[in-house]
Design a protein around this ligand. Structure first.
Ligand code: PLP
Length: 457
C-alpha cells in the first residue's frame, strides 16, 4: 500500500511538486504511443513513478522546467547526451546559423570532412570515420563493418549496444525467465531466430571467460564489442588482456564509448587507459543533444566499408555535424574534461557528506564525471525500494536524478549545494525508514523498474 502523497514525513519536508499535467500526458501517450516513450530509460517507471516529472517544456544549463511549471536541477541530462549544459548558447548559435545556410544539402557537406578531421585528432583509434544519427545505429554499422572486414559472423559483446537485431539476438542464448541478459524477463520478440548464436555475451572483467569463448569459436569471431567502462575505471590490466586476446585471434576489437566517452577524456576510455581498439563507436555527448553518432577506426578495418552497403539519407544532415564539431571544439576551448572532473569530485564529496550526515553506510563513487550513489544495506532490505525512495525524495526537493549522475559544464557550486541539501534530507528519510524497518511507509512512488541488466557497471 503506497504512502499518502499529501502526507509530509517530516515537519521540514516540502510537499511533492504537483505533476498532474505530466501524468495526464503520460496517460494520453499510453493510448497513442506503444510503450509510452521512444527510449525505455525515459519511461515513468524508470524513476519514482508518481512523483518524478515525466514531461518537460524547456531546459537551459543545468535545469529544466516540467510541464507543471516545476523547476529541477538535472543530473540525468538526456541520459548523458547533454555535456555542455542544456541549450548551450555556442552550439545552438552554430546550429541556428547552419539552419539558415541549409540543414541538409543536395550535395555533400564539407562539414563531413571537417568533423572527420576533428575526430581523428581527438580519438586515438580514429583513422577513418563513418556517421550515423545515434548510438545503437552506429553500433549496428560497426558490427556490419567488422563482419564485412573479417568474413566472419560471430560477435562477442559486453555491454549495452542498442535495439538492433544483431545485438538483441543475444537473448536467444539465455533463458529470459532467469532475467539473465539483456532485458530481464523480456523475450527478443520480433528478432529473427535465425540470428541465434551469432552474438554471445561475456562477463566484464573476466578475461579468462573471454579467452575460452574465443577458443571455442576459433576462426568464427568477427569482433569483440564492449563498453570499456561505465561508472568505474576498468580493473588493472583487464583491457590490455582483452586487446592481447583479440590480437591473438585476429578479431576486431570495438570499444562502444557511447556512454563512457567524452566525459573522462575527450579521446574516451582508450585515452584514459592507453588501450587502443580497432574501432570505436561514439554518440550522445559528442553533439550536446543533437542527433549524431559515429564509427571511427583503423584504416585496415574501416576501408572494408567502401564496398559494403551502409547508407542512409539523414546521415548527411548538417545539424548533427555542426553540433558535434562545435561541441567538441567547445569542450576543448573550455577545458571541459578538467571541469567535469572538478564538478564530479565536488558532487561525490557532497553526496558522501549527505550519507555520513544521516549515519548511513555507503558512498558516492566511481568516475568523477559520472559517479553513482550506493548504500550498504542490511540483509533482506530491497535495494530497489531504497533507490526509489532516494529518487523520490530528490524529486521532492527539485533534483531530477537516478542513482548515477551525469555532470555537465553547466553544473556549478549552487547546483552542488542544492543537491547536497536534498541528498541530506533524502538520506535522513532513508535512515528513518530503515530504522523503522518500513520503507513502504515512506514510498509514495511505485518501485523503480530495472530496464535491462547492464554487463558493465
Ligand atoms: C554504450 C551504449 N551503446 C549504445 C547505446 C545506444 O545509443 P542510442 O540510444 O543513441 O541508440 C547506448 C545508449 O544508452 C549506450 O549506453
Amino acid at each position: 500500500m503506497p504512502a499518502d502523497k499529501t502526507a509530509s514525513p517530516t515537519v521540514s519536508s516540502p510537499a511533492f511538486p504537483s505533476i498532474d499535467h505530466s501524468n495526464a500526458l503520460y496517460q494520453r501517450a499510453g493510448e497513442l504511443i506503444p510503450g509510452w516513450t521512444q527510449l525505455i530509460s525515459r519511461r515513468a517507471d524508470q524513476f519514482a513513478n508518481g512523483v518524478s516529472p515525466i514531461y518537460a517544456q524547456r531546459a537551459k544549463g543545468a535545469r529544466f522546467l516540467d510541464v507543471d511549471e516545476n523547476e529541477y536541477i538535472d543530473w540525468v541530462n538526456a541520459v548523458g547526451a547533454i555535456i555542455l549544459g542544456h541549450a548551450d548558447d555556442v552550439v545552438d548559435g552554430a546550429v541556428k546559423e547552419q539552419i539558415d545556410r541549409g540543414s541538409i544539402y543536395t550535395l555533400n557537406s564539407p562539414l563531413e570532412i571537417e568533423l572527420a578531421e576533428e575526430l581523428i585528432a581527438t580519438i586515438p583509434s580514429a583513422e577513418m570515420v563513418r556517421y550515423t544519427k545515434g548510438g545503437g545505429e552506429a553500433c549496428a554499422v560497426a558490427a556490419r563493418i567488422a563482419r564485412g572486414a573479417t568474413g566472419r559472423d560471430i560477435i562477442l559483446f559486453c555491454g549495452y549496444h542498442g535495439w538492433h537485431d544483431w545485438y538483441q539476438a543475444a537473448n536467444f542464448g539465455v533463458d529470459p525467465e532467469s532475467g539473465e541478459y539483456p532485458f530481464a524477463g523480456i523475450e527478443p520478440i520480433g528478432v529473427p531466430r535465425a540470428l541465434a548464436g551469432t552474438v554471445i555475451p561475456f562477463a566484464y572483467g573476466d578475461a579468462a571467460g573471454l579467452a575460452q569463448l574465443l577458443a571455442e569459436h576459433r576462426g568464427q569471431v568477427a569482433a569483440v564489442m564492449m563498453e570499456p567502462a561505465r561508472s568505474e575505471l576498468p580493473p588493472q590490466g583487464y583491457l590490455e588482456e582483452v586487446r592481447r586476446l583479440t590480437q591473438a585471434h585476429d578479431v576486431v576489437l570495438i570499444f562502444d564509448e557511447v556512454s563512457c566517452g567524452w566525459r573522462p577524456a575527450l579521446g574516451g576510455m582508450q585515452e584514459v587507459t592507453g588501450v587502443i581498439p580497432d574501432m570505436t563507436v561514439v554518440a550522445k555527448a559528442m553533439s550536446n543533444g543533437y542527433p549524431m553518432g559515429a564509427v571511427v577506426g583503423k584504416r585496415a578495418v574501416m576501408e572494408a566499408a567502401r564496398t559494403m552497403f551502409i547508407s542512409s539519407s539523414y546521415w548527411s544532415d548538417n545539424i548533427g555535424l555542426i553540433a558535434a564539431l562545435t561541441t567538441i571544439r567547445e569542450l576543448k576551448r573550455r577545458n571541459g574534461v578538467a571541469y567535469l572532473q572538478q564538478v564530479g569530485e565536488a558532487l561525490r564529496a557532497a553526496l558522501n557528506s549527505a550519507i555520513a550526515d544521516a549515519g548511513l553506510q555507503g558512498s558516492c563513487s566511481g568516475i568523477a564525471a559520472n559517479p553513482y550513489f550506493s548504500l550498504t544495506l542490511p540483509d533482506g532490505v530491497d535495494r530497489r525500494k531504497v533507490n526509489t525512495l532516494f529518487i523520490q525524495e530528490m524529486a521532492r526537493h527539485g533534483i531530477h536524478t537516478l542513482v548515477s549522475f551525469k555532470a555537465t559544464l553547466a553544473h556549478g557550486e549552487e547546483e552542488i549545494a542544492r543537491t547536497q541539501s536534498a541528498a541530506t534530507a533524502a538520506c535522513h528519510l532513508i535512515r528513518r525508514a530503515l530504522d523503522e524497518g518500513d520503507l513502504d511507509k515512506y514510498l509514495v512512488a511505485d518501485i523503480k523498474k530495472e530496464p535491462f541488466r547492464r554487463l558493465v557497471r
